[in-house]
Design a protein around this ligand. Structure first.
Ligand code: NAD
Ligand code: UFG
Length: 350
């Protein structure tokens, strides 16, 4: 028996695609909305391969209100998991209006459709970035968020959190679960799904992957003079499959009003430790050099995941070694697929 019908926005993206797999495997009916700005249509085939189900796909931009309304009219959704958004911190500093329009206006459109068509439940992809700078590196949900945020990207996440709180105040039937992710990395253990952003990557693991493929000569480590054990920044890396399972738990344990949960492991790992773990998994040294600090980076932060453990019955299970092994498997699969695509396009040109 189906448990309910979920609309997943951003469902062909990195975290969305892994969550779609978990939802289908847990018995939910899923429809995906994505404008494919930062993901590939081929992800749908991979989802079908893994689950035996081809979820309905809507190639729609959150800003296209008339298409959104048509989809909701027919949808009959019980809940929405909202991943769709732009996420490059540096780019958001250069193009703030694109970020406010896409992330904030896009979410307002989504919420208007939900309201019009009687959908009262939403799980939202927030970020540890909403904590800004705190006195302690162990971030807990009770800390004040939204102060001194370092980028427009972070501000869009905090604004959306506030919008969801206002909607909940206006509508007693409304439930919103805000999931504050720490640093999602890794790939599906099948090697079929993983992080494959369009354009030049900004985050550590996608850059490490490009270095391993020889597409970027070496990893630039942004500073080794931070007040951390080895001088490089410390983050809480979370395997994307653990993160996807966190969404399932959030969906199943949703209660009325607004709930906020950190999704992280509670453990910090430095950039140098990540480089060593990748080299151990691949059996090859990863070329790297230390460069200047990157503006806006904090020395160290990690999650206090106690609340998610208590209320959602969720905790991370996969290790840094699992993240590296699964990333390498995806890299290997993807490299052979890219080569196949290249050969096909050469044949077409002949
Ligand atoms: P992603 O870029 O892989 O996935 C986002 C998807 O949303 C993409 O497929 C993109 O095409 C789609 N999208 C963007 N704008 C859209 C729009 N206007 N209409 C329709 N589709 C649109 O990113 P991800 O890493 O899977 O992140 C998912 C969510 O989690 C984002 O909201 C991101 O801000 C948040 N988040 C990510 C991280 C991280 O480090 N990956 C950390 C914290 C929070
Ligand atoms: N790093 C390097 N070299 C690189 C890329 C990154 O040394 O080429 C370092 C960074 O300085 C940082 C660590 O690797 O210390 C992780 O950097 P990422 O860019 O992967 O991640 P951030 O911690 O900067 O940001 C991530 C998400 C944001 C989110 C933030 C807080 O990308 O969306 O965590 O949750 F807002």
């Amino acid at each position: 028996m189906k448990k309910g019908k979920i609309l997943v926005t951003g469902g062909t993206g990195f975290i969305g695609s892994h969550t779609v797999v978990e939802l289908i495997q847990a018995g939910y009916e899923v429809e995906i909305l994505d404008n494919l700005f930062n993901s590939k249509i081929g992800v749908l085939t991979k989802i079908a391969e893994l689950t035996g189900v081809s979820p309905k796909f809507h190639d729609i931009d959150l800003l296209e209100m008339s298409k959104m309304e048509k989809m909701f009219e027919k949808g009959g959704f019980d809940a929405v998991i909202h991943f769709a958004g732009l996420k490059a911190v540096g780019e958001s500093v250069e193009k703030p209006l694109d970020y406010y329009e896409n992330n904030v206006s896009g979410t307002v459109n989504l919420l208007k459709c939900m309201q019009e068509y009687g959908v009262h439940k939403i799980v939202f992809s927030s970020s540890a970035t909403v904590y800004g700078t705190q006195d302690s590196p162990r971030y807990v949900e009770t800390m004040q968020a939204g102060v001194n945020l370092s980028s427009p990207y972070g501000r869009t996440k905090f604004m959306i959190e506030e919008i969801l709180r206002d909607v909940a105040t206006s509508d007693p039937e409304f439930s919103a679960t805000l999931l504050r992710y720490f640093n999602p990395v890794g790939a599906h253990p099948s090697g079929l799904l993983g992080e494959n952003p369009n354009g030049r990557p900004n985050n550590l693991m996608p850059i490490i992957m490009k270095v391993a493929q020889g597409k970027i000569a070496e990893l630039s480590i942004y500073g080794n003079d931070y007040p951390t054990p080895d001088g490089t920044c410390v983050r809480d890396y979370i395997h994307v499959v653990d993160l996807a399972k966190g969404h399932l738990a959030a969906m199943e344990k949703m209660t009325a009003g607004v709930q906020v949960y950190n999704l992280g492991s509670g453990k910090g790992t430095s950039v140098l430790e990540m480089v060593k773990a990748f080299s151990k998994a691949s059996g090859e040294a990863l070329p790297h050099k230390v460069v200047e600090r990157r503006a806006g980076d904090l020395a160290e932060f990690y999650a206090d995941p106690t609340l998610a453990g208590e209320k959602l019955g969720w905790k991370t299970e996969l290790s840094i070694d699992d993240m590296m092994k699964d990333t390498l498997r995806f890299l290997h699969n993807n490299a052979s697929e890219e080569e196949e695509d290249r050969k096909q396009s050469c044949k077409t040109l002949e």
